[in-house]
Ligand binder design. Structure first.
Ligand code: MG
Length: 269
């Protein structure tokens, strides 16, 4: 693992569950930093602002600068600002998504006939009314985008609905799919990480808990990957994980947690 110059870490289910830290993340990241590796958080979770991520990580004694935090919300807003010319948008999402949109000069409105695009992420204040506004706007011709496809979200108490559950609701009413889903496994967050680091894909490794997003995305983008059996993969027996890997055609290294990666690196040195 010496050859990797940058490590991309998924957050939920790898470094923490909600605000509860997962053992080994801090130690692994501090060790890699001491070896002058570049560290990025690369998260599909669109709920938090970049400053909120910095402080959340700091409470766990994990120090990742704001410039190294890549979330689906900011990658989505930046891409839309660069590639489309609409202004009025409706957001199904939390503070991370609305902050990203506003800081990219979009105007957020719930007036259905003004809405030019609907952007959907995980929203723990999701309501029937939000689904209605989003669906009617899309049926009137607004564009439909999503930050990330995750169907579920791991918490210390178990799985909760993720952005995919919100997308599915709007899809049921409109019979339309998002024009682009920005998060992993798609290329956008990986491209952002590569461009920020200035490295080649062979010099980068991704650590994640989801085969269908972190591992598949890394593989599709030519990036080596490590599956940790925490988060969504924590309850799955190894033979189930192996068969999922076969289904997706991926072959990550498998570790029980960041703690085990840390021990492995120490033992090799
Ligand atoms: Mg995860």
């Amino acid at each position: 693992m010496k050859e990797f110059k940058a490590w991309l870490f998924d957050g939920d289910g790898v470094l923490y569950l909600l605000n509860q830290r997962i053992k080994g993340g801090k130690e692994l990241i501090n060790h890699l930093r001491s070896e002058r590796k570049l560290i990025y958080l690369i998260s599909n979770n669109s709920t938090k602002t970049l400053d909120q991520y910095v402080s959340k990580l700091q409470t766990m004694d994990i120090h990742i600068p704001k410039e190294n935090i890549i979330t689906s919300a900011y990658v989505t807003a930046e891409y839309l600002a660069k590639n489309y010319d609409f202004k009025f948008v409706f957001a199904v999402g939390e503070g991370g998504l609305t902050d990203a949109l506003v800081s990219n000069n979009f105007l957020i409105t719930d007036e259905i006939d003004k809405i030019e695009a609907v952007i959907v992420g995980m929203d723990r204040a999701f309501t029937y009314r939000k689904a209605e506004i989003a669906s009617r706007a899309i049926l009137r011709g607004a564009k439909f985008f999503a930050t990330n496809p995750d169907k579920s979200f791991p918490t210390p108490e178990g799985l909760s609905p993720g952005a995919g559950a919100m997308i599915a609701t709007i899809n049921a009413t409109t019979e339309q799919k998002p024009e682009i889903i920005f998060g992993k496994p798609n290329k956008y967050l990986f491209e952002k990480a590569l461009s920020l680091s200035g490295l080649q894909k062979e010099e980068v490794v991704m650590v994640g808990d989801r085969i269908d997003t972190d591992i598949l995305g890394a593989t599709n983008n030519g990036i080596h990957s490590i599956l940790v059996r925490t988060g969504v993969s924590s309850d799955k027996p190894i033979d189930i994980l192996k068969s999922e890997m076969n289904t997706y055609g991926v072959n990550p290294d498998v570790f029980s947690s960041c703690e085990e990666i840390y021990q492995f690196i120490l033992n090799r040195e």
